[in-house]
Every structure is written in C-alpha cells, then in structure tokens.
Design a protein around this ligand. Structure first.
Ligand code: C5P
Length: 222
C-alpha cells in the first residue's frame, strides 16, 4: 500500500492507541501516540512543582524540556531530558491533570509542530484529539473512534486493574467524563469530529473488527 497518513481521534478510553498501534503494525507504518506527549509535559510540570493551571509556568516547563519519542518493543517509548518516563505517565495523578496542561495554547503549538514534522514523510498512524482537525487536516484517512462512556470505562478498568488495584469502574467513568468535557470545551483545537472523518462507534465491536474497518478505509484510499 502507498504511504498515507491516518488520523485517529476520539474521546478518552475509546481504544484509539490499541487500534492505531495494530493498524500501523499491519501496514508497516509508524505509530504516534500524541496523548503520551501531553502526558509527558504533565509529568514534567508536576515533577517541577508547577501548578497545571499556571499557564506561564506550564509553558516554560514545556519549552525547556527535551521530549523524544522512540519506538520500543512494547510500543512507543517517551523520554524527557533523556529519562524514560513511559512507565510514569498513565497514573491517576497524570490523568487528573493532563487536560489542564493540554489547554495551554503554547503547549499545543509546540507539540503540534513536533507532530507535523513526524508526518511529513507520510506512513504515519497518529492518534489524539485534534489530529484530523489541526495536526494533519490533509490526512488521507480520518477516523473518529468512540464508544459509550460505560464501555470505555470498563475497557480502561481491564487495562489498569493489575497495576492499580484500587481503581473502580465508576471512578474511571467519572475521570473519563471530566477529561472529555475539558477536552471538548477548551478554546484551542477542542475534541471534535472533523467533518470529513468517518465515525466508528466501537461499543459493540471487537478490536479486530475495528482494525479491519480502518484497514478497509485505507484500501479504498490507496
Ligand atoms: O490519548 P490520551 O488519553 O493519552 O490523552 C491524554 C490527554 O491529552 C487528553 O485527555 C487530552 O487532554 C490531551 N490530548 C490532546 N490532544 C491530543 C492528544 C491528547 O489535547 N492530540
């Protein structure tokens, strides 16, 4: 298949990263998880004792850090100033603060530029919230992946229960709803379906079914 760019957006817990990673594997494309970049900035902000709502502080933290994504054997790895933070960016603390950090315009400008640089050679599957609307508006395939809030919380629960045994599905559902609200209501590049994105509701679909649906959209394009 010729090299194209594939944008996968959608609310928290819709399965974007699992699906995007598998689509990339099948096509031999590069997978980029942009949420991990906002999470890495949040990790740095919290580590420096900066309040996530202090826009100037958050901007300075983002500007002064060196952020690097590297492909690893279990998916994308994230490095901040040379330190591998992949294992530290999916905690409840990061979940609770990442959407405030992601609201800051300068943070978005910085990360979107890095993301756009990664897509120039094409052959990228990128997931996030604003990929089809802002990062790669000319992506050949755009998908808006969603599922009911309860199903999204249940899926997150299954993913996290081994590492975070105290979490409950209700807590996760609340966390997801709160993040979706901040992401959808923010001023700069909010979470919204691009008019030309294909809506895929995965509530009653299996992972292979969703992957096949996206591969089918890619074949139509190629
Ligand atoms: O995809 P993930 O749930 O890891 O993203 C974490 C948070 O990062 C989102 O809730 C959102 O606030 C922010 N984000 C964003 N734009 C993106 C990707 C993620 O604002 N392209």
């Amino acid at each position: 298949m010729k090299r194209i760019n594939i944008a996968i957006d959608g609310p928290a817990g819709a399965g974007k990263s699992t699906i995007a990673r598998q689509v990339a594997e099948q096509l031999g494309f590069i997978y980029v998880d942009t949420g991990a970049m906002y999470r890495a900035v949040t990790w740095r902000v919290l580590q420096q004792g900066i309040s996530p709502t202090d826009e100037a502080g958050v901007t300075e933290a983002a500007r002064s850090m060196d952020l690097e994504l590297r492909p690893g054997k279990d998916g994308q790895q994230v490095f901040v100033n040379g330190e591998d933070v992949t294992g530290h960016i999916r905690t409840p603390e990061i979940n609770a603060n990442v959407s405030d950090v992601a609201k800051v315009r300068e943070v978005r400008e910085l990360l979107v530029k890095m993301q756009q640089d990664m897509t120039r050679a094409k052959g990228v599957v990128m997931d996030g919230r604003d990929i089809g609307t802002h990062v790669i508006p000319d992506a050949e395939v755009k998908v808006f992946l969603t599922a009911s809030p309860r199903v999204r919380a249940e899926r997150r629960f299954l993913e996290l229960k081994a590492s975070q045994p105290d979490l409950t599905i209700d807590q996760l559902e609340q966390d997801i709803a709160r993040r979706d609200q901040i992401d959808a209501e923010r001023e700069f590049s909010p979470l919204v379906k691009a008019p030309d994105a294909v809506l895929v509701d995965s509530t009653s679909m299996t992972i292979p079914e969703v992957v096949d649906r996206i591969l089918e959209l890619c074949r139509v394009q190629a």
